[in-house]
Design a protein around this ligand. Structure first.
Ligand code: FES
Length: 170
């Protein structure tokens, strides 16, 4: 029984030379390995698209951090994706200012256009829709991020143009 459990448990993968290079670079900015944990997870996500159990264990091994502690960091920071995501991740703000200015309608618009609910990815792996707390742009609500770009004062027409642009870029 214990062999069965051991054989199915995720194992740390090998970090790539690029990931190691970037993590080492981040380490020069922080005094302790704990402080680098979040940045290391972001680096893995940049290269892999998301943070699998195998990746999380690899980072924990590399930084000599307890995996549970790193998992806590990943859970707390909701822009670390612990499941596969689409090529374009739509982070739609659903906090108060955006909610008052109609983010629910925008969410309904995106859902009907792409056929996905929060937490889901389109069948062609192009888009994932995720709700996020305040993006810090309340004076230009409703707001959302796609990739590292923030879009403000959203309307259904603006969203159509953003999605079309993402699709055109592939
Ligand atoms: S509430 Fe949406 S950006 Fe602040």
């Amino acid at each position: 029984m214990s062999n069965l459990i051991a054989s199915t448990a995720p194992k740390a993968r090998q970090l790539t030379p690029e990931e190691i290079h970037d993590i080492e670079h981040e380490k020069t900015h922080y005094p302790y390995a704990q402080a680098v944990g979040l940045e290391a997870l972001k680096i893995v996500q940049k290269y892999q698209g998301w943070v699998s159990d195998e990746s999380l264990l690899a980072v924990a091994d590399y930084l000599k951090l307890p995996p549970d502690e790193l998992e806590g960091v990943a859970t707390f920071f909701n822009m670390i994706f612990r499941r596969p995501v689409g090529k374009h991740v739509i982070l739609l703000c659903d906090s108060v200012a955006c909610w008052m200015l109609g983010c629910d309608n925008l969410k309904a618009h995106i859902s009907s256009k792409l056929g996905i609910e929060y937490g889901q990815t389109t069948a062609d792996n192009q888009f994932t829709l995720i709700p996020v707390p305040c993006l810090g742009d309340c004076d230009k609500a409703p707001a959302m991020m796609v990739g590292d770009k923030t879009y403000r004062n959203l309307t259904p027409a603006k969203i159509d143009a953003i999605l079309a642009d993402c699709t055109a870029r592939g």
